[in-house]
Design a protein around this ligand. Structure first.
Ligand SMILES: O=C(O)c1ccc[n+]([C@@H]2O[C@H](COP(=O)([O-])O)[C@@H](O)[C@H]2O)c1
Ligand SMILES: Cc1cc2nc[nH]c2cc1C
Length: 340
């Protein structure tokens, strides 16, 4: 078995030596929550969201003054196999649309006062077609992970990880098949909307990629380099950096989840600061989440990517924190507490 390329030494160390969450901050949140004018537990997952923020921001009084959605955009050589219903140039066109305010995510962020940053990852240099060669070499994979770490440089208090990349649901399926077993058919879905023939081409492309790279899929980071994409590498870097910078993470859909799956395969505890914003309509997303013992917060039938499901979960988090901060207590409102 080949040794892991030394280019990955830093990222492996960061994934293994992850800081714990802050239990004292969670206890402080619970103490305030118990005083708010509502039956205990009645805000359900909204209460858990505030605890999540406190634990991973390491703050007894969590903040959401500077939440951020990041979109990492990359292009994929596997589009040559007829795996998407849209042409590759749409990736760059949508990047312009994100910035110009015309995309769904642009409007979600504008409406809810969430910062949006787009990271364009060498769109003119698509990855290798995974049915014929490695997507990336190890140096490029490691360098792109390191680049993704920059996403937390502006000290957001929450980061949502989204992506854009025509062809990347095929790549995500290949990563899942390599990590969890099964064939292409087990992990592909309709992505941007391929027909039955397109779905069969996707499954076949994944199977051929798995066969071609079979001898080199012995480590999650090798799987990422062989079968992945630049946006997935960068999301992995952002996820890890966030943990070390005390920034909680909300992951978007099927493709973003593969970045978390790589981290999880190296150290399951490395994704404890991540919440999965939604379960995508991409058929295998629920199964991929289950492999990590996770569920999506929302189930809205979205299959858009670009951070949309994560951003809507962030809206829930903002609401949860607003209630936590601004509701009256039993004392201040003169409401009698629980009888027993
Ligand atoms: O992440 C998801 O759940 C998801 C599901 C379906 C489609 N997408 C988006 O659609 C693009 C990939 O679809 P495709 O068909 O080109 O593989 C890419 O830009 C993703 O952001 C994303
Ligand atoms: C138009 C379009 C918008 C997207 N947003 C994320 N992935 C996308 C794919 C397409 C095709």
């Amino acid at each position: 078995m080949p040794a892991l390329n030394p280019a990955y030494a830093d990222i492996v160390e960061l994934l293994v030596a992850v800081p714990e969450g802050d239990d004292a901050a969670v206890a402080a949140v619970r103490q305030r929550d118990a005083q708010l004018t509502k039956p205990p537990g009645s805000l359900g997952k909204l209460e858990e969201l505030v605890e999540f923020l406190a634990r991973w921001q390491h703050r007894a009084k969590p903040r959401l003054a500077n939440p951020m959605v990041t979109i990492f955009a990359g292009n994929h050589g596997v589009t040559a196999q007829g795996v998407s219903s849209f042409p590759q140039e749409v990736t760059a066109q949508m990047v312009a649309n994100f910035t110009n305010g015309g995309a769904a995510i642009s409007q979600i962020c504008a409406l809810h006062e969430i910062n949006l940053r787009v990271f364009e990852l060498a769109l003119e240099l698509p990855t290798g077609d995974i049915t014929r060669e490695a997507a990336l070499d190890d140096q490029m994979c490691a360098a792109t992970i390191a680049y993704g770490m920059e996403a937390v440089a502006g000290k957001p208090d929450l980061i949502c990880l989204g992506e854009m990349g025509i062809g990347n649901t095929t790549v995500a399926a290949a990563i899942n098949a390599a990590l969890y077993g099964g064939t292409g058919a087990d992990w592909v879905g309709r992505g941007t909307g391929v027909d039955d023939a397109g779905l069969a081409r996707k499954a076949d492309a994944v199977d051929r990629a798995l066969a071609l790279h079979a001898g080199a899929l012995d480590h999650p980071l090798s799987i990422l380099a062989r079968l992945g994409g630049r946006e997935i590498c960068a999301m992995l870097g952002a996820l890890v950096a966030a943990r070390h910078q005390k920034v909680p993470v909300i992951i978007d859909g099927y493709v973003a989840t593969t970045a978390a799956a790589i981290a999880h395969a190296i150290n399951p505890a490395s994704i404890n600061h991540c919440l999965f914003g939604h379960v995508s309509a991409e058929t295998a997303h629920g199964k991929a989440l289950a492999k990590m013992g996770q569920v999506g917060l929302l189930d809205l039938g979205l299959r858009l990517g670009e951070g949309s499901g994560a951003a809507l979960a962030a809206v829930m988090a903002k609401t949860a924190l607003h209630l936590h901060d601004n509701m009256a207590t039993f004392d201040s409102a003169g409401v009698s507490g629980k009888a027993d």
